[in-house]
Write a protein that binds this ligand. Structure first.
Ligand code: SF4
Ligand code: SF4
Ligand code: SF4
Length: 195
């Protein structure tokens, strides 16, 4: 039987570093660590990394609280001291490093400063840039784009806009828009703006 290749923690860290948001980096890292290098032989690392994953998910998904940040600090400190091997200790150090920014606190206050986490962002269409080509509506699998494609000799178009309640923030529409009319911005819900 072919032996399963164990991914090195440094490789996972390198891939995590490609993300913009430090919370995303930590969450991605822990998720991949749990899938591969984490062998489960010692409790501080096995249980700690599992719990860290849950806490990080809460923060990313917008339900994070101060206590999740405290818990992450406690978990990583315990892992650094008590993990049996370097993989567990290094993993905790990486998360610690990402936690040195204000990004974690800002997430529990309702914003992702890197405009990266789906729970805190919105896709919007800038009307002045939109040529009403309809490509975004065609590509959206979630029926989240409203609007009418422009045809000759017709007036009174329904402008193109993203229905926030339906949008899953997949980014497919941005990829096809020929004029750069779709942008990602901070969610207006947090500021009490009706969308
Ligand atoms: S610290 Fe090392 S031995 Fe302990 S669970 Fe993590 S990877 Fe396994
Ligand atoms: S981000 Fe995805 S779900 Fe949202 S409008 Fe664009 S294509 Fe549709
Ligand atoms: S793809 Fe861009 S230009 Fe075309 S309708 Fe959508 S937002 Fe407007």
């Amino acid at each position: 039987m072919e032996k399963k290749k164990v991914v090195k923690v440094e490789e996972i860290k390198k891939a995590a570093e490609e993300k913009r948001c430090p919370v995303q980096k930590a969450a991605y890292y822990i998720e991949e660590f749990l899938k591969g290098p984490m062998c489960g032989r010692c409790f501080p690392c096995a249980f700690g990394s599992y719990e860290a994953g849950v806490r990080l998910r809460n923060i990313i998904e917008g339900s994070g609280k101060e206590e999740d940040i405290f818990a992450l600090r406690r978990i990583t400190e315990d892992m650094i001291v008590a993990s049996l091997c370097k993989r567990g200790k290094d993993s905790a150090e990486f998360v610690h490093e990402w936690m040195e920014t204000d990004a974690f606190k800002e997430h529990v206050e309702g914003r992702c400063p890197d405009i990266d986490c789906p729970a805190f962002i919105e896709y919007i269409i800038i009307p002045e840039k939109c040529t009403m080509c309809g490509l975004c509506k065609e590509v959206c699998k979630y029926n989240a784009v409203l609007g009418e494609k422009k045809v000759k000799y017709k007036t009174g178009y329904l402008p193109f806009e993203v229905r926030q309640k339906r949008c899953v923030k997949c980014g497919d529409c941005i990829d096809v828009c020929p004029t750069g009319a779709i942008i990602v911005t901070e969610s207006r819900k947090k500021e009490g703006v009706k969308v």
